[in-house]
Design a protein around this ligand. Structure first.
Ligand code: FDA
Length: 415
């Protein structure tokens, strides 16, 4: 057909869906070409189509782990996840483990290293993980449509009918199985829409309260002013809130608090809660202060605080706590009181940076009507929900990708 005629036909088709190409029939339609969707496609067998509204697949993988993708954690267990049902992740995590994914990474010749606390990163680039998934999808014969937005979804006679717009052109896909893998709400700028929640709710699923998680916490103006001397200061801490505790670094920022310990505890923190911060948790502070008094009693107590903590923080706290005098002047009770202040420092953030910077969404599609073995809906056979869209939220450190791999494989194998 000549170009002008083709353009006219396309323009008409946009206005009149009956003029579009006939519906495409597939066995499996996966919405979302992120970590979970691509992994599912690699296991779902022939006749799989993955669609995504982004220009490229796996955009979050690309930016993850500072561009090196913390793709799993050696210590992954169900205990590293939050959700209404703490047992739900067990089955999928045990059927496709961190060792299975490491094996896959090795088979693709991707070099990796352990950074800290069992967190595995690519030596080179997160793009290696995207290439691995694309390769596995190709091997499985899965198709990928990009810049494709799903519209109306209906279900009748055991088949899903999904209206899709791709590059302005309407298309219809008929599928035996529909997989929701569009993730959560975090980082809307990167295309996060919460679409899976709306589709799941449409088919009768409950969606639990969702909140930004693994996110920096912020102070109001008064508290920001009180900590104005500290942005850029990092310190080893144990942060405790609502029964959870993490031993990692805390960082003061211009907005409030960040660093791994704060991101971790943000999943447990609620507005109004205080964080209990233990500075230098691996040091017996009271014993240390007494030992320093015995060997260097002439030293100023504030100098000894500077030996233990970063300089700016030591100055800040010494002024705030009225630290004065030499070590020799301090009674055991005074050293004990100082120890208590440094190990039970109460900090009260006002808010969080929200979905704009949150690594994940806490909450999601409730797991009570989802099979923990296959991720299939108990309301509607043929509907599967995987990855971050579910009410399964991992700690910081590669756990969320492991959940994407394990839940994606669980659904893919079952379809
Ligand atoms: P994911 O968000 O990956 O994919 C969803 C896909 O659906 C996207 O491709 C999106 O474009 C598409 N989509 C959404 N709405 C759509 C719509 N309406 N129509 C069509 N397509 C739609 N985790 C970890 O374990 N290690 C790490 O190093 C990091 N690092 C990290 C850094 C940053 C900055 C962020 C934001 C997050 C992380 N994470 C992480 C978390 C990790 O990225 C996240 O848990 C997984 O990507 C979730 O995988 P899913 O496939 O479920 O969703």
């Amino acid at each position: 057909m000549p170009c002008a005629a083709l353009a006219r036909r396309r323009a008409t088709a946009r206005r009149d869906p009956s003029m579009t190409s006939p519906p495409k029939q597939v066995k499996t339609l996966i919405l979302g070409a992120g970590a979970a969707g691509m992994m599912c496609a690699a296991h779902a067998g022939p006749g799989t189509l993955v669609i995504d509204h982004a220009k490229a697949p796996g955009e979050k993988i690309r930016i993850s782990g500072g561009g090196r993708c913390n793709f799993t954690n050696l210590h992954t267990e169900a205990e590293n996840f939050l959700g209404e049902n703490p047992h739900f992740p067990k089955s999928a995590l045990s059927r496709y483990t961190q060792w299975d994914f490491i094996d896959l990474v090795d088979r693709h010749g991707i070099a990796w290293h352990e950074k800290t606390l069992g967190q595995l990163f690519c030596d080179r680039s997160a793009k290696d993980i995207i290439a691995l998934l694309r390769d596995e999808m190709d091997r499985a014969g899965a198709d990928l449509w990009l810049e494709a937005e799903p519209g109306e979804i209906t279900h009748a006679d055991g088949l899903f009918r999904v209206e899709i717009t791709q590059g302005g052109t309407p298309r219809t896909v008929i599928a035996e199985a529909l997989v929701l893998a569009t993730g959560g709400k975090s980082i809307p700028k990167m295309g996060a829409t919460g679409l899976a929640y709306r589709i799941a709710a449409h088919f009768g699923h409950r969606v639990t309260e969702t909140r930004p998680a693994l996110v920096p916490l912020t102070f109001d103006e008064t508290r920001k002013a009180a900590f104005a001397d500290l942005p850029g200061t990092a310190v080893d801490t144990r942060i405790t809130c609502n029964g959870a505790s993490f031993d990692e670094a805390m960082l003061f920022t211009h907005r409030g608090l960040s660093g791994p310990a704060v991101l971790q505890i943000s999943s447990y923190w609620r507005e109004g809660d205080s964080l209990s911060v233990c500075l230098r948790p691996n040091l017996d502070l009271f014993a240390h202060l007494r030992a320093r008094r015995a060997e260097a009693g002439g030293k100023a107590l504030s100098t000894v605080v500077s030996e233990i903590l970063p300089r700016k923080l030591a100055l800040h706290l010494s002024a705030k706590l009225g630290v004065s005098g030499n070590l020799a002047d301090q009674s055991d009770a005074a050293l004990r009181a100082l120890t208590d202040q440094l190990t039970r420092w109460e900090l009260t953030p006002t808010s969080s940076e929200g979905y704009r910077t949150a690594e994940v969404t806490l909450g999601g599609v409730a797991t009570d009507r989802i099979s923990s073995r296959t991720m299939e809906s108990a309301h509607l056979p043929g509907l599967y929900i995987i990855g971050e869209a579910l009410d399964v939220t991992g700690w910081l450190g590669g756990y969320n990708f492991q959940w994407a791999w394990s839940s994606g494989v669980a659904a893919g194998r079952a379809i």
